[in-house]
Write a protein that binds this ligand. Sequence first.
Ligand SMILES: [Zn+2]
Length: 296
Amino acid sequence: MGISTFRQAKQRLIDIVKLTKTKYGYDSINGYIGINDPLAINLGIEVEERRLQFDFGIYLTSEPGIRPKPVIWLDTSSADQEHINFTYYHEISHHLIRQDNEIYEFLNDIAGQNDDFDSLIDRFANIGAAEFLIPSDDIFSIQQNQGFSIQILPQLDECYPASKPAIAIQLAQCAAHRCFVVVCQFGILPTKSESQPELMKSEITGTRRLYVQYSSNSPSQEKYSIGKYSIIPENHLLYTAYKSQDYVSGNDHIPFKNGNKNWAVECEGLYYKGKVYGVFNLSKPNSPGASQLSLF
Ligand SMILES: [Zn+2]
């Protein structure tokens, strides 16, 4: 059977991640432990820690005569441990996607139609990373019992301390309704200029802003996605959450990268440990105890 929908592709990736974890008896609770991390060794990947100019991680496939083994470059110098964990599993997921012809060909085929190939692969690698850190089965049952709200994030953080971006992405991936979930960071926005594609993260100048670091959409909302590094304007509800270091809810527009502000929906923003976690609900979320739709 071939893959013909996003849901099938995602499901296949999640199955591959689950299988990989089971096969190597892998417990992701502790996250990345260094260049001899057993997961990379088991998968035949070499990990090199090094400073990277723009990204925090890069996956390179093996190439005859040049690179006998696939390699992950991981920048562990400037990021926090949760970010390193997430980046590591993101790059591992790049490898798993690259190794699987069905997923890879499906993404390649649809990329031309509605998304750019790299960002599409990255969205999938995020889904894989989230599954490594937090089983979607757990999040399904939590959403079923407690309903859907960004306010359950602190409680999930206590059970799954390895990565908050993974929690946010799993919340979107397991949602039965149509929504976007974003993780926003305050700081200087990394930018790549056309003339200078290798712009350094360390040499960036500019004003500090609230911007989207990770974004994910629920399986029933595949048509649009919120781009990485989209800016949250100062009059936005998520900015209010950042300023007040609190939880806020109300109506506001979805921060698409093209600046289109016409699409206002129900929105929640939660300031938690330095970042803002946001939800945009395009349809009514589950209330506690409501029955869930089947996985994807
Ligand atoms: Zn990537």
